[in-house]
Design a protein around this ligand. Sequence first.
Ligand code: ADP
Ligand code: MG
Length: 317
Amino acid sequence: MTDTPAASAADETARRDESLVAAAANESMRQPEVGPVEGAAPLGHPCVAEPEHWWPNPGEDPVASFSGVSVSFGAVPAVRDVSFPIPRGSTVALIGPSGSGKSTLIRCLNRMNDLVPGSRVEGDVRYRGVDLYGPDVDPIEVRARIGLVFQRPNPFPKTIFDNVAFGPRVLGFHGDIHDIVERALRRAALWDEVKDRLDKSALALSGGQQQRLVIARALAIEPDMILMDEPASALDPISTSRIEDLMKELTPDVTIVIVTHNLQQARRVAHFTAFLTSEPGGDGALVGRLVEFGTTDQIFARPADERTEAYVSGRFG
Ligand code: ADP
Ligand code: MG
């Protein structure tokens, strides 16, 4: 049987995701875990070992933004000149056909593209007012602070407890690590299912549980933003609806950026929606562009652009 072009494009995406997941895991595993540091520091604050190094206090609105962002891999442009805000406390969905640059864009928000040799990000990507690509910013710290949940759950080959404790330990959190782990697991709606086997391997959990564990791992450092790239597309409907419920509970404390292929899911969970598509650039090659950003209601009920209209009504993509 020969591959259809669509299947090989999906395979290519899966291969790239796998290598990115492996690179991120490898980097994480190389971080020294300093171990729990006893002492009181209130949850709800970034658990920074060197406070205020570059991580400013909350209060900046929007929590993140793209301004004139273009990304290329080697000589090949992937997205061009994208600008939109990530309003604090909201869920923002990135929708659009395959190859329109949704994953590439979301990965700008935690410098995950840096793990792809030859990638280049231009323009301004801001988080809490800080230029994430500025010279003083440590990309490893960014990735440790702004978790990205992939389509395939990627727990570390460690215990459930150590998976969740990982970020706080690496970042030198001052507090009771057991409290932190319990709180994160409760917020991820997983505590009741795992509280009696915290010392067991995370790899023994079901897919849906693993995905909630990965979310708990991202939540453990008390972030104000988390990223999810098609987090439910490999899950069954019950696990999917659990993840959606969870997203609704996390906002507005946590700002969520989600890539989804599922338009109904975007309508259910997102306050704002960005619609991307890929179009021929100057040289004729396809490049991802933002067509429209707005409230989810507006994008689905009153799209300003006919390309958005065609996509949300299912006429293309
Ligand atoms: P989407 O998530 O919307 O399906 P992607 O962000 O994965 O789109 O891809 C956007 C473009 O960037 C595509 O042309 C894709 O082939 C290219 N691209 C994505 N990741 C890589 C990579 N690691 N190396 C080379 N090209 C890539
Ligand atoms: Mg993608």
